[in-house]
Design a protein. Sequence first.
Length: 688
Amino acid sequence: MIITFGERIKGYVGKLFLGGLFIFSMSSFFLLYPLISEPDYYKNLILNLVNQQSGLTFDYKESEPELFPFPGISLHQVTVSKADKKLIQVERVTIQIFYGVLIGKELEIRSIILNTGNIELKREKDESFPLLSKFLEPNDLREKDKSTSSEILTYLEVFGDLPHRLELKNINIVFDDRLYNRVIKLYIWECNTDLDLEKQSIDFSLYGKLNEETIQLYIDANFLNNLLSYENLRFEGSIDFQNFSGENLTDIAIIFPYVDLKSARLNGVVPFYKRTSTTVAAKFERAHLQNLARKGSKPFLDAYISVLISYDNANRKLAFDDISAEWKGKIKINGSGFVTFDKPPLSPTISFEGRSDYIDADSVINLIKLWIEADLEKSLLTRGMEDTNYVNRMNVHLNFNLKNANLRGVFADNLNLSFHYHKSQMRIQKINAWLYGGSLNAVGSFFWGSSPRLELTGKADSIILADLLKHQFDIAPMTGNLESQFELNALGNSEDALVKTLKIKSDFKSKDGELLSYTNILKPVSSIGNLISLKKLDFSKSTPYKEISVGMLYHERKFQFSNFQLKADGLTAKGEGDISLDKKINMKFTIALPGLAGRALKLPIIYSGIYGVNSPYIDPIWLGSVYAGTILLAGPAGATVGGIAGSAVSEYVNRAVDNVTDTVQSGWSSVRGKLTQIFSSESKPEQK
C-alpha cells in the first residue's frame, strides 16, 4: 500500500502532538506534584503570605488545591477578617500563585478571587464607620519612619508585594446609613483590579447594580517613571450611569438647604481622563438629568447637558468648556466658564459667558436658587475645608447674550447682560434689551453687607405698547410708541424684601396711539355731546392721541401718576391719581374739548373704583351744575348753580368746580332723576 505525502504529514503531526501532550503532562505532574502531595504545606504558606501583605485572615470549612489555569488553593464557606473584625463572608475564595515557586523561586500571589458573598457596612448617627475604621487602621507602610514621608514613593514600593489581580464576583454590599436613614445596595456582578509591575499600571473595572440600577466603571491608570505622584499619574476611564438616583449623593447634597434629590435621576456615559501632568477632565455628553426638587415642592426639570469639566492643578483652575444645555421649553444655551482658587493676596475669579436660543428666566432662576446658601459644615466631605475668605476676595464676571428671553412675562427678542461682582457689590454694567419693536438700556448696582440694596437707572425707546400690553394682559387697552426714563431702588437681599421695598420713579411719553377699553378716559364725553352743544364728538370706541406724557412713582404696591398730559386733534387733557396692585383706581382728568362752544369748556372726568370693572365718568356734581344752570335756570341750588353755568365755559372751571361741590350737593338728589333720563337717552354707561 502506497502512503501519500499528505498521510505522512498527518502521521508526523499526530505523533508530535501526542509526544508534546505526554511531555506536557509529565512536566505538569512533576511540577505540580509538590502541591498535590503536600497541599497543607502550600496552603499555609500561601495564607501566611497573604496575611503578611494585607493583614487578612481566612476562616474556612473546606479547602482543596487548585491546579489550572494557575496553581493555588480554593477555600469554601469563608469568613475574611482583619484584626479580628469580620469583613466579608463568601462561598468561595481562590488564591492563585505563580508557577515559579514550584521550581524554587520566591512565592508570589498572582490573584485572589472572592466569589458569592455579602459585605455589611454601617454608619452610625455619630458619623462613625465601625467596620471601615478597623479596616483602615494604620498599616506597616504608615508606621515607617516619618522622615521619609515627604519622599515620593515608587509604584513598586507600594504595589510590588500585592497580589497582581483581585476579583470579586457575585458580591452584595449593603450600606446601612443610620445618619441619613437610608440603605444603599451595591451588587457587584464582576469587579477586577489588575496590577502590571512592568508597565506600572492599574486596571480597574466594575459591572453591577446600584440600588437595582445598572452601573459600569472602568479605569486604566499608569505612573510614569515608576513614581507614585499626581504629576506622574495618567489615566483613562468612563462611568455609565443608568437611572442613577440623586439620593446616592446625600453626603454632598446635604450642604444645600433647599435641594431635594430623592426623585432626581441621571442617565449617561461620562468619560474621564488625565493626559498631562496637571489637568484632569471629565466630559458629559448629553447627560439626561431629571426631577430635581425644592424641599417641600414637586419635582421639575428634564434637561440634557453636555460639558467638558477640567481642573488644572498647577493654575488652580476649574474650567467648564463647551457647555450645552437644553431644558425643553425653558432654556437652550451654550457657553463656557471657569473658576480659579488663588490664595491670598491674589483675587480668585469666577467667569462665565453664555448664548441662548431661548430662555425662561423664572425657571432658570428657580433652578439656580436651589444651590445658594451652602453650609459646608453639614457634610463630612466639605467640613474643615480651609477658609480663605473666598467670597470677599473673588471677582465674578458674567456675560450673557440671550435670544427669545421671557422675563416674567416680558418677552425680549434679544437680551445682553454684563455683571461684575467684587467686595459685596454687583455692578450691573449692561442691560441691553430689544423688545416689542424697541429697546431698553440700563445700568446699576446691587450692594450686600449691612445695608443691602438695588439701584438701577435706564431708558426705553420705541416700545410698541400694543405688543407689550397684550403679552401682559392678553388685551391691548392702549396703543402707541413708548419712551421712558426710569430710576429703580429697593432695599434688602432677598427677592421678597426687594419686592416689598421696590420704588420706581419714571417719566413716560407715548406717541401716535389710541386709548381703548377701560383706558379710554374720554368715552363718557360722547354721552353728553348734545347736552353741551358739541357736534361730531365720538369717543365711544377709542380716543386717538398724538402724545401722552406722565410722571410715575411706584411705592408700597401703588402707582402714583402726576402731570398727566394728553394731546390730540384740537383736544388736550390733564390729570393725576393712583392705581394700586389690587386694581383700585382713583384718577381725575380735566378735558379741554374742541369746537366753538367747547374751545374753553373743560370737563372733569373721574375714574374711581376697580380698573377693568368700573368705567370713567364725568363728575356728576359738575354735570348737575351745568344742567341746572343752563336748563333749569333757577334750580334747587339757587343762584350759585346758575353762576356755575357761566363758569363752566371759563378758564377757571377747575377751581369753580371745587368751590361749588358742597353747595350743589344738597340739590343733587332732585337733579339725579333727570340726569338718569339724559344718560339713558344718549348712551347706556358701563358699570361704575
